[in-house]
Design a protein around this ligand. Structure first.
Ligand code: GCO
Ligand code: MG
Length: 405
């Protein structure tokens, strides 16, 4: 079998997605997700100009060799653009292998370790009542793990919320330039414990609660937050600090028993090596789409399992249904799987372009047994939703200092 063509599609059925299609001389094709929010076309150029010419004529069954070739062979290792491009190729190759074998990817990985995949949803609100109202709604839909984010009094919006926008989720369309938001660590730390206190008063321990700090604290501030949240028994506190300096997590870890999660912007195991082997974290949130695909995710899961770290792959709407399907297959296999972030199947436009191979039932995803990754992609429908340049917001402190968004 030979690779005869690689096509790259960029569509915006609600937000931008980069889809890789690898075609073979036997008519079988594979699909991969290479979406990097806000930098999509850089990945497209990498794939078109630098990867595609090297893969035409190769045997698509040699997934490992192709992965090593793209990783080691370009000399310049790692980085989000490179690893997202490699991810798109790697997923498409697993999709091909599954289709040829007549097996779903989870079976190629070693088979199912579980029948259903536990997920957590998002309740974002303008104030505590609004957030708890969203939580009610999710519980009624069957979720039993929910991430709570709430606007901070005195700030116009913060991660996960924006004043006056009810269903805000980092909306990115119609943004010629990145929007700016204010950040105030003191206001945040003074307010957040109250959100979780009220949630526990209302629901007791009947639901698992989570929270994302989006990398805005220093280690000692994060340690204090973790301590303040201990009475409310979080499933995890996510991205409390940035992790370029992995030792930062040591200081958070040493001061709190609140479980810690990090990893959505990691693009290789090297970003997490110290965090894992020192057991500074409890959950690794790395995504297949941004870390080189299924091949390295499997290795990361095995490495993490040696240190009691469980996986909790990043599941935002800026990963395409193909990336979500890759997670569903990985999560079905991963022995040390923890939980999957999941915020629904998207709107009408998205569903006209992509068909997911999984269903949602009582707070869990169930992946079907279609060979390969199981996603259908409608190229004609995708053409109706052209790419739109768009950005994530940036944060500033009140005095104008640029901060982590
Ligand atoms: C999450 C995230 C995301 C990111 C987004 C950036 O926990 O789901 O933090 O929402 O902000 O994926 O592109
Ligand atoms: Mg996050």
């Amino acid at each position: 079998m030979k690779i005869v063509d690689i096509k790259i599609f960029v569509s915006n059925p609600g937000r931008n997605f980069v889809t890789v299609k690898i075609e073979t001389d036997e008519g079988v094709f594979g699909l991969g997700d290479a979406t990097l929010n806000g930098r999509e076309l850089a990945v497209v150029a990498y794939l078109e100009e630098h990867i595609k010419p090297c893969l035409i004529g190769r045997d698509p069954h040699k997934i490992e060799d192709i992965w090593q070739y793209l990783y080691k062979g370009c000399y310049w290792r790692r980085g989000p653009i490179t690893m997202t491009a490699i991810a798109g190729i790697d997923m498409a190759l697993w999709d091909i292998k599954g289709k040829v074998a007549g097996l779903p990817v989870y079976d190629l990985l070693g088979g199912k370790s579980r029948e259903k995949i536990r997920v957590y949803g998002h309740a974002n609100g303008q104030d505590i009542d609004d957030t708890l109202h969203h939580l009610d709604h999710l519980i009624s839909e069957g979720y039993n793990a929910v991430r709570l984010q709430c606007a901070i009094p005195g700030l116009e919006g913060t991660y996960g919320t924006l004043a006056g926008k009810k269903d805000y989720f980092e909306l990115q369309s119609d943004r010629p330039l990145p929007p700016e938001q204010l950040w105030d660590t003191k206001a945040y730390l003074d307010f957040v414990p109250e959100l979780f206190k009220k949630a526990r008063e209302k629901y007791g321990n009947s639901v698992d609660l989570l929270h994302d700090t989006h990398s805005r604290l220093t280690p000692i501030e994060a340690a204090r937050l973790g301590k303040m949240l201990e009475p409310y028994n979080l499933l995890f506190l996510e991205d409390s600090v940035t992790a370029e300096n992995q030792t930062g997590y040591k200081y958070v870890r040493e001061h709190t028993t609140t479980p810690l999660a990090v990893g959505e912007i990691f693009n290789s195991i090297w970003d997490a090596k110290e965090l894992i082997e020192n057991q500074y974290i409890d959950y690794l949130r790395t995504a297949a789409t941004h870390a080189g695909g299924i091949t390295p995710m499997r290795r990361m899961a095995d490495f993490a399992s040696l240190y009691h770290v469980r996986t909790a792959p990043h599941g935002p709407p800026d990963i395409s249904p193909i990336g979500h399907a890759a997670h569903a297959h990985l999560n079905s296999w991963t022995p040390n799987f923890g939980i999957q972030e999941f915020i629904g199947f998207g709107g009408e436009a998205l569903n006209s372009v992509f068909k997911y191979p999984m269903t949602f039932e009582h707070g869990h995803l169930i992946v079907n047994d279609t060979p390969g990754l199981g996603v259908e992609f409608d190229e004609k429908a995708a053409e109706q939703y052209p790419y739109k340049r768009s950005y994530l917001p940036v944060s500033r402190l009140k005095d104008g200092t640029l901060w982590n968004w």
